[in-house]
Design a protein around this ligand. Structure first.
Ligand SMILES: Cc1ncc(COP(=O)(O)O)c(C=O)c1O
Length: 392
């Protein structure tokens, strides 16, 4: 493939590059849902300029008029290489992959391959709200297995949920969020191996949403679900979407373990027509040539996590926050602020800061808010100042 490697050494923290005035010119959901006096720290979009290799890939495609249908396996090939380099995992076999329009539609397709209408899908609440909506719309029913108080998978709770899910001999799936949104938990190899053993024992199929996998703090090891012993019949969804802010450039990758290859082979052909060809080119360029940019982002996110700890200690000591090892989301326990039904509503109405309401994340979400810290330190500082003023 013809490309110029990108010079990673020159990367500056992408979170410090854009002003609020520049960001407000954006027309995406983050910037157009609330009026201009609101600081938007809610939906998972990042306040960064695009990595230069992504811009180049897209503008080159437009210059060529290369806007047809997607072809080839370059996206899977670069993801396999990325997985080998970043996660030490050589098991992403291109032959066992398929491109899908985005992670959530990919999740739905994987659930259709492994379960039938009316079957159960187990999730670890509190969890990314669309898990509830997409699973419900796919005519599957949710069984909740809450995370433990330390935000880790509780195997006893999970086992009880698996037992409920397969009752009456029904098929069932476990939609694992790894790393976990909203808590940022990075599941360990031992935890994932225990999950695989439990799933095999109950005949539950594991579908792992690994969209946040590239966004892991420096020094933390992400473990792909399919890399652990016993996970051979698992399915995983990967994407460059979160790591490089490409949600509008639709593309994602479904990956099957060796014992799930026949399932993935049943994926209807038309699903592969959904991803945007330009999206696939953008994601491929990000994974191949945007690793220096990603590293600069990850360092900037880590600074923001530490900044948020300090800001909350100084301005909002009643709010509890355990900095996570992954994602650019912060899960804030606001129950110490007193009996407030929905703290996100208070922060929005009185503070003019838009956060995600914890109640949307299922059981265990009440009294919490999710804050998106993929922004500049200045915006983060101003947001916490406003939040504090809102509850003063
Ligand atoms: C856990 C998780 N899955 C899926 C998505 C959405 O991904 P996509 O836009 O590729 O469907 C998000 C977006 O924030 C997410 O956090």
């Amino acid at each position: 493939m013809d490309h110029t490697p990108h010079d990673a050494s020159a990367e500056a923290n992408p979170l410090r590059r854009l002003t609020l005035a520049e960001l407000r010119r954006r027309t995406s959901m983050k910037w157009r849902t609330y009026p201009d006096d609101v600081l938007p720290l809610w939906v998972a979009e990042m306040d960064v300029p695009l990595a230069e290799p992504v811009v180049r890939a897209v503008t080159d495609a437009l210059a060529r008029g290369d806007t047809g249908y997607p072809a080839g396996t370059a996206y899977a090939e670069v993801f396999a290489e990325f997985a080998r380099e970043r996660w030490g995992w050589g098991g992403l076999a291109v032959a066992r992959t398929a491109i899908v329009p985005d992670v959530m539609l990919g999740v739905v397709e994987m659930l259709k391959l492994t379960t039938g209408p009316g079957d159960a899908v187990v999730v670890n609440c509190p969890v990314y709200p669309p898990f509830y909506q997409f699973v419900g719309n796919a005519d599957r029913k949710i069984v909740e297995a809450p995370l433990d108080p330390g935000h880790r998978i509780d195997l006893t709770t999970l086992e009880a949920a698996f037992r409920t899910a397969v009752a009456g001999g029904r098929r069932a799936a476990y939609l694992l969020c790894s790393p976990h949104n909203p808590t940022g938990t990075v599941h360990t190899a031992a935890e994932l191996a225990a999950v695989a053993e439990l799933a095999a024992r109950y005949g539950v199929r594991v579908v792992a949403d690994e969209i946040h996998a590239p966004v892991v703090a420096p020094g933390t090891a992400f473990v792909p679900y399919l890399s652990v012993p016993g996970a051979a019949d698992g399915l995983s969804l990967l994407s460059a979407s979160k790591g490089w802010n490409l949600a509008g450039l639709k593309a994602a990758l479904a990956v099957a373990g060796p014992a799930a290859a026949d399932d993935l082979a049943r994926l209807p052909e038309e699903v592969g027509h959904g991803p945007s060809h330009v999206g696939v080119l953008a994601h491929t360029a990000a994974l191949r040539d945007g690793r220096g940019w990603l590293d600069a982002l990850l360092a900037g996110l880590d600074e923001n996590r530490r900044l948020l700890v300090d800001l909350l200690a100084a301005e909002l000591p009643a709010v509890r926050y355990a900095p996570a090892e992954a994602t650019y989301l912060a899960w804030l326990d606001c129950r110490g602020l007193g009996p407030v039904d929905d703290p996100a509503a208070v922060f929005l109405e009185r503070g003019r800061v838009a956060l995600s309401s914890g109640t949307d994340f299922g059981s265990g979400g009440a009294g919490h808010v999710r804050l998106n810290l993929a922004t500049s330190p200045e915006v983060l500082t101003e947001a916490v100042r406003r939040m504090a003023a809102a509850v003063a």
